[in-house]
Design a protein around this ligand. Structure first.
Ligand code: NAD
Ligand code: UFG
Length: 679
């Protein structure tokens, strides 16, 4: 595989596709996802990115849309295709067969036509054990466990689409034009389980048809009890036997198939492989394993057999074991454990009440996420993991733009952004670490480095968010990997930002680790501009600061080292009073991780017109108070908002007695917390 080659994954936002994309990345492949999201959500894609620390191309298109598909093949050098996209519910397929034939077969025909046009010769296809039909029809057990040679006889429209697509691909590979086509037909048995991170899993919409998704909903109280469809089969406990395969093993099977096809060179191939464990489990076996994972007995009832069910569908996986050098490694206990983690951590899958997102610019990596608790509303965008809006009823409380491009304009004064890897100023962008001199971008009047230069945390699309809702609070996690050398900073730095959004408050927790190198410097803050008046100016806001001590600065706005008092920590902001000062809360705390500190109140601000009070607290030793005099951008002018930026000391890295606050060494964690509360 060359650097520039991509693997196109159709249906990559779905259950099996999403797990396979992760395996692809882990094995050095570069995926592109195409999915119409008819049975999935873009949230799965953003969670994949969060897991693999990469953005990759995603296109929301239907496979039947030739011109859209063609554009992707034109733009990217696609070497192979893994084709998952299909409708897959057996019961539904008997009700709307034409939709199944149209989607699955026409989608595939279209895909193959475009592949042919662009000379793409490798395809891995998701088939199913359902193509074998009822293998007890032979009257004996010669085809149990089921080998690939077992004659096919699908019994429902869904299964027939899989059968027909196999035939279509076989005919193409038998044709002159397709003689060098490499086709892997993977016949899956019963995929179960979820990603061990708890971040990805099956997200069934409506009432689940399959055994484990249903049982999971019983366990979280969404369904009353499991119906076991018959206990009069000829198995050890009377319930039917299936070959349940962990979705991670299944995903790995695709990598094995792809590697195999790449290995055979330019000759053509059409070959089927069963992906199963070779071990059958009954419904009761699975039920007991899941009860063990949950830690209690779950209610069930034995009811009549389900029409179409057969006694035994166990794979003979020998061909895949030998030829693909692939073998399922995980059992039903691991799958049940992972499924239970996914279910408890995401009881509603990706559908969380009062959380919505929409596209904020033409890039899906930059979306606007909105969270609502009663009349409290918060908007956050991926770009900068920025707070775009805080609102109580109709009252807007922070400055923010309503479209993505304004955030990228040079006149954006860091509205709502998270600033990193080093907030505030560094004198002339210079510092020395472990005896080595560093020069950062000088973006403030060609002199200082301000808020990390030209490509700081505020100007990157963060991975995620991972959104969860518990105890009346949203937990929203973003992640960023800031690359070694970006704006001159040393070492790859991983930062996870946890937002907690509750009724009338937002908490921010920063957690950064160095992924390589000996040490770097870190100082993070949030740059929201608050305006709690009813008007468009912050004048007349009453302030009570948690300290009256601030750092005196020289005419380049760099501290002289002297700490002084502003006189009174209580004042009303008038038009002749402006602030851009670093206040000191604790002179003695020089730890890199301040999260174990109590949150300390830094600022209490209130306004007589709105009767709203804002309290900002933090675990950090300082904060910058800025009255927004430099704002001059679309729709916002001077003093439209004020900032309270909890952080380490201004230019701390260049003062020997402060520098420990900001030096992050290998194996340590940088940490800090901020809380905004409205009363
Ligand atoms: P899934 O529904 O989670 O994933 C399929 C994805 O394809 C979805 O994201 C859907 O939005 C997308 N899609 C459907 N039609 C499309 C179209 N016309 N254009 C673009 N995208 C489209 O299902 P899954 O369980 O991940 O299954 C993946 C594949 O594996 C399917 O082909 C399925 O038939 C096959 N399979 C699944 C099972 C199983 O039990 N899950 C068993 C055997 C085979
Ligand atoms: N079952 C119950 N109660 C339920 C659901 C299922 O007792 O609520 C039983 C079924 O009778 C069956 C077993 O659990 O014995 C497994 O049933 P699933 O519906 O989970 O899976 P199937 O084996 O019927 O079919 C699945 C997929 C098909 C795929 C096939 C491949 O749904 O798309 O595996 O073997 F083709």
């Amino acid at each position: 595989m060359s650097e520039s080659e991509y693997i196109l994954v159709t249906g990559g936002a779905g259950y099996i596709g999403s797990h396979t994309v992760i395996e692809l990345v882990d094995n050095g492949y570069k995926p592109i996802i195409v999915d119409n999201l008819s049975n999935s959500s873009y949230d799965a894609v953003s969670r994949i990115e969060f897991i693999v620390d990469q953005h990759f191309p995603f296109f929301r298109i239907d496979l039947r849309d030739s011109s859209a598909l063609t554009k992707i093949f034109e733009k990217y050098n696609i070497s192979s295709v893994i084709h998952f996209a299909a409708l897959k519910a057996v019961g539904e397929s008997t009700k709307i067969p034409i939709d199944y034939y149209d989607n699955n077969i026409n989608g595939t025909i279209n895909l193959v036509k475009v592949m042919q046009k662009f000379n793409v010769k490798t395809i891995v296809f998701s088939s199913s054990a359902t193509v074998y039909g009822d293998v007890t029809r032979f009257g004996d057990d010669r085809y149990i466990p089921i080998p690939e040679e077992c004659p096919m006889d699908p019994t429902n429209p869904y299964g027939k689409t899989k059968y027909m697509i196999e035939q279509i691909l076989k005919d193409v590979s038998n044709s002159d034009a397709g003689s060098d086509l490499k086709v892997a037909i993977l016949r899956y048995f019963n995929p179960i389980g979820a990603h061990p991170s708890g971040l990805l899993g099956e997200n069934p919409l409506g009432i689940p048809n399959n055994l484990l998704p249903y049982l999971a909903q019983v366990a979280i109280g969404k369904r009353e009890k499991l119906s076991i469809f018959g206990n009069d089969y000829a198995s050890h406990d009377g319930t039917p036997i299936r070959d349940y395969i962990h979705v991670i093993d299944l995903a790995k099977g695709h990598i094995a198939a792809l590697n195999y096809l790449h290995k055979i060179g330019n000759s053509g191939l059409y070959r089927e492989w069963n992906l199963g464990t070779g071990k059958g489990s009954t419904v009761f076996d699975v039920y007991l394993s899941f009860c063990k994972a949950v830690g209690r007995e779950l209610p069930y009832e034995v009811v009549a057999r389900r029409s179409g069910d057969v006694l035994d569908l166990t794979a003979k996986p020998d061909r895949a074991n030998e030829e693909l050098q692939w073998k399922a490694e995980l059992g039903i206990d691991e799958a049940c454990k992972d499924l239970w983690k996914w279910t408890t951590e995401n009881p509603f899958g990706f559908q969380i009440d009062n959380y919505q997102w929409k596209e904020f610019s033409d890039d899906l990596n930059d979306r606007l996420h909105t969270f609502k608790i009663d009349n409290f509303k918060v908007g956050i965008i991926n770009y900068g993991a920025t707070i775009q809006n805080i609102q109580i009823g109709d009252q807007l409380l922070v400055c923010g733009f309503d479209n993505g491009s304004d955030y990228k304009s040079s006149s954006n004064p860091y509205f709502g952004a998270n600033i990193g890897r080093f907030a505030n100023r560094i004198k002339h962008g210079k510092f020395t670490l472990n005896g080595k001199k560093y020069q950062l971008s000088q973006n403030e009047g060609d002199k200082n480095c301000l808020h990390s230069g030209f490509n700081g945390f505020d100007k990157q699309n963060w991975y995620g968010p991972i959104v969860k809702f518990n105890d009346d609070k949203f937990k929203v996690d973003f992640k960023l990997i800031d690359k070694d050398g970006n704006d001159g900073f040393p070492g790859d730095l991983e930062t996870i930002l946890h937002y907690i959004i509750g009724y009338k408050f937002i908490e921010i927790e920063y957690e950064s680790k160095l992924l390589n190198g000996e040490s770097t410097i870190v100082n993070l803050t949030n740059h929201s501009y608050f305006n709690i008046s009813n008007g468009d100016s912050i004048d007349d806001t009453e302030f009570e600061l948690g300290t009256d001590q601030y750092l005196k600065v020289d005419d380049e706005l760099i501290p002289t080292g002297e700490i002084a008092s502003i006189g009174s920590a209580k004042f009303t902001l008038t038009s002749d009073k402006s602030f851009d000062n670093c206040f000191i809360v604790n002179e003695n705390d020089d730890r890199i991780d301040t999260r174990s500190n109590e949150l300390k109140q830094l600022v209490k601000a209130s306004h007589k017109d709105s009767k709203i009070t804002l309290i900002v607290s933090s675990t950090d030793p300082a904060f910058q108070l800025y009255s927004g005099d430099g704002i001059n951008t679309d729709g916002f002018k001077k003093r439209s908002g004020f900032c309270v930026e909890p952080s380490r000391f201004l230019n701390a890295i260049n003062q020997p007695n402060w520098s420990k606050q900001v030096i992050l060494k290998k194996d340590e964690t940088y940490g800090g917390k901020i809380k905004y509360e409205f009363k």
